[in-house]
Ligand binder design. Structure first.
Ligand code: ZN
Ligand code: ZN
Length: 119
């Protein structure tokens, strides 16, 4: 096959970062499916670090934050809870979403700001 790759580029509904899912070029769409449905299915059920939570398309970083939150082990988060969770994990200096909070006394800190603040 000469078609090598179909890329679906999402803008994360959590943090706004872009992420890409590769669609199967040989994949068949069912009658009622659009390419969008196919792309969403790929991030939902594919072997990627992305996810769809409460209808939000999430990048790997946001997915990681949601997945490791103990509240959401037994149930799915709501959109409001996701937004709150992401707000709680924005770097306290630059506002960028981060999965690091260990180094700043429990406050979220991104790698860049961590690098700048350490001697
Ligand atoms: Zn994100
Ligand atoms: Zn920062």
């Amino acid at each position: 096959m000469s078609l090598i790759k179909i890329e679906a580029i999402f803008s994360c509904d959590g943090c706004g970062n872009r992420f890409t899912a590769n669609l199967d070029p040989a994949g068949k769409l069912s009658d009622s499916w659009t390419l969008f449905d196919q792309a969403v299915d790929t991030i939902k059920n594919g072997i990627l670090a992305y996810s769809v939570e409460a209808g939000m398309h999430l990048c790997s970083k946001c997915t990681k934050l949601v997945c490791r939150d103990k509240r959401f082990v037994d149930r799915d988060p709501t959109e409001e809870e996701i937004e709150q969770l992401l707000a709680e994990n924005a770097c306290h200096i630059c506002g960028m979403l981060t999965t690091m909070r260990e180094y700043a006394h429990g406050r979220p800190l991104c790698l860049d700001c961590f690098g700048r603040s350490s001697p």
